[in-house]
Design a protein around this ligand. Structure first.
Ligand SMILES: Cc1cc2nc3c(=O)[nH]c(=O)nc-3n(C[C@H](O)[C@H](O)[C@H](O)COP(=O)(O)OP(=O)(O)OC[C@H]3O[C@@H](n4cnc5c(N)ncnc54)[C@H](O)[C@@H]3O)c2cc1C
Length: 429
């Protein structure tokens, strides 16, 4: 996190760089009066703003984004989406909860794909299936549990051995895996840009407009470098950056993770990337994500850092090594883009969500699966605000993020746990 409290990236998001230039919307300036102010134009904030407009169409709505759409974390991710909960959706131990989580994920996914269709958003949405694969014996145990879970939930799936995986992704790196049919890939920068650029006329988006200060009075006052926004109701959709406003510091950790995309390959090299499209998640949560992009590129996502980014040279060396270990025959293909992005982690995987205080609401902590979950939580937050429905069912199913130990125990604990988990992850990294 930067000193300002919101992420300021020094690198360029590769997904955004591969798209044609987009003209950012104007900065907020002067005095702006709205009914609803939404802070953050990621999946959560954009869904909240759009749903507020659907439910309260005459109300004025401002969305304030610190950076430009396409350079925030919503564009910097790997682009995996699923209509079932990606973390415990296959759980055997918590069948009922898994079913309910899957129903919420489905709602988020349907809302998002509905917006893609209605807005004609071109974001390379592909039904790729979702492969989870193991490179270690421990990972293989997890895959067997997932296969049992898929059977129990009636998810269409395939169990994959090394040969089957090699046929699919062109690499013999993994021992075994599972492929669930219900998995999708998107170009995340194209998606979030499309969502922002198809906002209805009643929603004003301001970019390069960080909210530096939030004050409570008869109305809320939000100060940006060039504007004062007065709002009756405020939604903080800044993910972990909500801590900059003094909220939820005890429950959220900012985690940086990193990704790289290769140069476009020639036909001979691209023929070694398996059958397109595919996306592969690691069996261990600290492992490496890999996906094929279109016909001729590969993306690798790996590494985690606590609260601040890693040295760019180290990131490049590690991501390149992840790529080469999986595709030694493609070691001559350079990485074209390498970048980092933030996500918000909570101890137990539950988000922090809902009313914070008088007419102030927030959502944070999608734990690495915010495309669908952020959309769902933003949409439901708007429903809570406009209809007054306390959303008890949602809160009961997602649960509430646990408190995290205060500093310095938090930092010490994070480094100890991640060193242990990194050792456990081994070749999954
Ligand atoms: C490398 C990487 C890979 C990932 N892979 C996946 C994946 O495959 N699938 C998936 O579902 N998720 C993935 N994630 C996680 C996903 O990107 C996040 O969960 C998602 O971006 C959360 O959306 P959000 O809208 O809640 O928050 P964000 O996307 O972080 O949006 C919050 C916005 O608020 C803005 N902001 C912050 N402070 C202020 C302020 N003071 N004033 C104004 N604006 C402010 C930020 O600039 C930002 O644009 C990945 C994340 C990373 C980094």
């Amino acid at each position: 996190m930067s000193k300002a409290g919101f992420p300021v990236y020094r690198d360029v998001c590769g997904w955004n760089a591969m798209l044609p230039h987009r003209q950012a919307k104007a900065r907020a300036s002067g005095s702006i009066r709205v009914r609803y102010a939404v802070v953050g134009a990621g999946y959560t904030g954009l869904a909240a703003a759009r749903r507020l407009h659907e439910l309260d169409p005459d109300a004025s709505i401002a969305v304030l984004e610190a950076t430009t759409v396409g350079e925030g974390a919503s564009a910097r991710n790997s682009g995996f989406m699923t209509p079932s909960d990606s973390k415990i959706g296959l759980s055997l131990g918590e069948m009922d909860r898994a079913e309910q989580l899957n129903a919420f994920s489905k709602e988020g996914y349907s809302y998002l794909t509905g917006l893609m269709q209605a807005g004609g958003i071109e974001c390379d949405l592909e039904r790729s299936g979702r492969v989870t694969a193991a490179a270690t014996d421990q990972g293989a145990d997890k895959i067997r549990t997932m296969i049992d879970g898929a059977k129990a939930h009636g998810f269409a799936h395939q169990a994959l051995d090394r040969e089957a995986l090699a046929g699919l992704i062109g690499s013999r790196y993994y021992q075994c895996g599972i492929r669930i049919d219900e998995g999708y890939l998107v170009q995340p920068a194209a998606l979030v840009r499309g969502l922002a650029d198809t906002l209805p006329a009643g929603v004003a988006l301001y970019e390069n407009s960080p909210v530096l200060d939030l004050q409570h009075g008869p109305q809320w006052l939000l100060r940006t470098p060039e504007a004062v926004v007065t709002a009756d109701v405020v939604v903080l959709a800044t993910n972990a950056a909500i801590k900059q406003f003094g909220f939820w510091r005890d429950g959220l950790v900012t985690i940086y993770t990193f990704a790289g995309i290769t140069e476009a390959m020639d036909a001979h090299d691209a023929a070694q990337l398996g059958i397109k499209p595919w996306g592969l998640l690691p069996a261990h949560r600290l492992g490496t994500t890999v996906r094929r992009i279109g016909a001729d590129r590969l993306m690798v996502r790996s590494l985690y850092a606590y609260e601040k980014p890693l040295d760019p040279g180290h990131v490049e060396q590690q991501l390149t090594s992840c790529f080469h270990r999986r595709y030694p025959a493609l070691a001559h293909v350079p990485m074209q883009y390498i970048w980092g992005g933030t996500t918000a982690l909570t101890m137990n995987g539950s988000p922090r969500w809902g009313r914070i205080k008088d007419r102030l609401f927030g959502s944070a902590g999608c734990n690495g699966s915010g495309i669908v979950k952020g959309t769902l939580l933003g949409k439901r937050l708007a429903e809570m605000i406009v209809t007054g429905d306390p959303q008890e069912a949602l809160q009961a199913v997602y649960g509430r993020a646990n408190r995290i130990a205060p500093e310095p125990f938090r930092t010490i604990g994070f480094h100890a746990v991640s060193a242990y988990q990194r050792r456990k992850a081994g070749l999954e990294m």
